[in-house]
Design a protein around this ligand. Structure first.
Ligand SMILES: [Zn+2]
Ligand SMILES: [Zn+2]
Ligand SMILES: [Zn+2]
Ligand SMILES: [Zn+2]
Length: 352
């Protein structure tokens, strides 16, 4: 911690979002140019500091080296899942009833598998109206050393966690490692399973919902939003092409990433932000779909209010922090600089 007394000069050059201080105004302007602060960033409910991710907010509030005053207030009424602060232990207890979720998913699936309902050969027609779906695949190993990931099981759910499609799929190349211990998949499951090409077509058609890909890229209206964790892997293993603008990936969403800007595992995110364990024994794609969908709903449900410099960052930054405006920018207060700063990612609250 820096214990030097703050001069009025450094106070004037203190970032209004992350509170970093600069000796020179031009350095603060440069910081704003590259940091893409916005009201969409996770914020400390006590000191209002902006953080890049919930993990860094967690560090700020809980440790290992938290900000002392914030940690104290958080201790009295802070929710360790959503990191919001409430008026004392009673209000917190009431809040936790809705914030803390439990793993009802796996018991549902085991019930269904007993009834033999796990394999659907078609997209559930009741899902036609779904605007939002979550996808997860389970991979087995291919190639001479079994290290090639190939999709052998796929699940799609809607926003109510109802199964839209859930099937084993037969890969086009031989499976050399069933990874049975974690996937629960054995040769019998794949023997008469749906060929992957057919599953691919069904899922692609369902996602596009009657719109051609070029139109979705440009301005999709009917195509569905796809939620998941590491969707690039799942889509690649299925051979499905889908536009980035409709993907909501919990592995690459900046607020859910590590402070080091690497991805978190779905297991960690579910434990840290929803409060329950997944993938304890055999990995079920339904369980993963549910976790990703719930994380998405949490993120989308946040109210970020107001609207400073809304819109996506890059165009925004080019407009607001253009080098030719340097002199003008250096005359602005830290608060004014924050006002014209914009996010460099699409905040999911904008979906609601
Ligand atoms: Zn800052
Ligand atoms: Zn937002
Ligand atoms: Zn704080
Ligand atoms: Zn909470």
């Amino acid at each position: 911690m820096d214990s030097r007394p703050e001069s009025s000069e450094t106070q004037r050059n203190k970032c209004a979002a992350c509170f970093r201080q600069y000796n020179k105004k031009e350095h603060l302007v440069e910081h704003m140019r590259v940091s893409f602060h916005s009201l969409h960033e996770p914020k400390c409910g006590i000191c209002m500091k902006h953080c890049r991710s919930f993990d860094s907010l967690r560090e700020h509030l809980i440790g290992p080296l938290p900000k002392i005053e914030c940690a104290k207030a958080f201790n009295n009424g802070g929710c360790s899942l959503c990191l919001n602060v409430f008026d004392g232990p009673h209000a917190l207890r009431i809040h936790r009833r809705t914030c803390q979720l439990s793993n009802t998913a796996s018991s549902l699936v085991s019930r269904m598998s007993r009834l033999g309902l796990q394999n659907s050969t078609d997209i559930d027609p009741r899902a036609q109206g779904a605007r939002l779906v979550a996808l997860a695949c389970k991979m087995v190993g291919g190639g001479s050393d079994g290290s090639l990931n190939i999709c052998a099981r796929v699940c799609l759910i809607d926003e109510d966690e109802s199964i839209v499609f859930h099937s084993y799929v037969r890969p086009q190349i031989p499976v050399t490692n069933y990874r049975h211990e974690t996937t629960g998949i054995s040769p019998e499951h794949l023997k008469d399973a749906m060929p992957i090409k057919l599953a691919q077509k069904k899922i692609q058609d369902f996602l596009c919902n009657g719109e051609p890909l070029w139109k979705i890229r440009y301005r999709g209206e009917r195509a569905r939003i796809l939620v998941g964790h590491r969707l690039d892997h799942d889509l690649e293993s299925l051979g499905i092409e889908y536009p980035q603008i409709l993907l909501r990936d919990t592995a690459t969403y900046p607020p859910l990433m590590k402070t080091s800007k690497l991805s978190n595992s779905l297991k960690y995110l579910t434990q840290a932000y929803l409060g329950y364990e997944i993938l304890t024994r055999v990995q079920d794609p339904y369980e993963e779909c549910v976790a990703a969908m719930r994380l998405y709903s949490r993120m989308r449900g946040q109210s970020h209010g107001g609207d400073y410099a809304s819109g996506s960052g890059e165009a925004q930054i080019r407009n607001s922090f253009a080098p030719w405006k340097q002199r003008e920018l250096e005359r602005m207060s830290p608060e004014e600089l924050l006002q014209i700063s914009g996010s460099d990612y699409y905040c999911w609250c904008l979906d609601s």
